[in-house]
Write a new protein. Structure first.
Length: 270
């Protein structure tokens, strides 16, 4: 399978409206970041599982040529992670799309998208959703893939990261509780929230993301939900220097990089 990073940006996206900083004016395509979102896909088996659906989901779907969505995994109900859900209507015409998350997040979705769950007049298309509560730490088969929801904290808010095979996706995170490290044992790849260089109350900064990322045992760590404090090329240099400092003589055994929109990694499902 493949995991495609549809968006690697923070809640504002990059460029940020009304900002004239060097990063927002950058001509490097990797500095153009849509809101954080990802797609787990198997082209041969015709499986597509979406992780979050932010405000640019329609644009991400067009850019990546998405023709089906079999399920949606939601990390949490902040606007930059769910406010593209109405655009899922095209993928739920034949049958309701299953939405997986914890009960608190699903309750927020029911309120935010109340029109989806009401009897309304014919016409004025709307998506069809089936809300599927998942218990943290309990693996379920979703579209034929074993997926485990893993609890993390976004400030004081308990939200959901996702593990599938040898890969985990954890965004909007400022603390990984001890029980979650046990759920991540054996992963090879980790996409993790790395907002910026300086500290933030509800997100890992680069240093924290790197430390926690490799504490899981992952060999390959990528930052996502990246802000406009540091450009892509400077972020690569920071990652290179951090690895040299913390894993001298690494010999290519560990990799640390910023993710970027359109990036894909191979995922092995056992």
């Amino acid at each position: 399978m493949r995991l495609e990073i549809l968006g690697s940006g923070t809640s504002t996206g990059i460029p940020v409206p009304a900002c004239g900083c060097d990063i927002c004016r950058s001509v490097d395509p990797a500095d153009n970041r849509m809101r954080a979102c990802a797609l787990l896909k198997d082209i041969e088996k015709n499986i597509s599982i979406l992780i979050d659906a932010g405000p640019e989901f329609r644009l991400q779907a067009l850019r990546s040529g998405i023709t089906r969505v079999d399920a949606l995994l939601v990390t949490h109900s902040h606007a930059d992670h769910i406010h593209g859900m109405d655009d899922l209507r095209i993928f739920s015409k034949k049958e309701p799309l299953k939405i997986f998350s914890d009960e608190d997040c699903l309750n927020d979705i029911r309120i935010r998208f109340d029109y989806v769950f009401k009897e309304t007049q014919i016409g004025g298309g709307k998506p069809k959703f089936t809300l599927c509560p998942m218990t943290h730490r309990k693996t379920e088969i979703i579209a034929g893939i074993p997926i485990t929801p893993v609890p993390v904290f976004h400030g004081k808010l308990k939200i959901t990261g996702w593990r599938f095979g040898d890969t985990a996706y954890i965004t909007d995170c400022s603390r990984i509780p001890p029980e979650t490290f046990s759920l991540l044992k054996g992963i090879k790849n980790l996409i993790i929230d790395g907002l910026r260089l300086t500290p933030h109350p509800t997100h890992f900064n680069f240093e924290q993301a790197a430390e926690n990322g490799f504490a899981t045992g992952a060999e390959n760590v990528w930052f996502t939900h990246i802000g406009h404090e540091c450009g892509h090329q400077d972020s690569i240099r920071w990652c290179t220097e951090w690895l040299e400092k913390n894993f001298p003589g690494n010999n290519g055994e560990k990799h640390l990089l910023p993710a970027y929109d359109g990036m894909e990694i191979t995922v092995e499902i056992k």
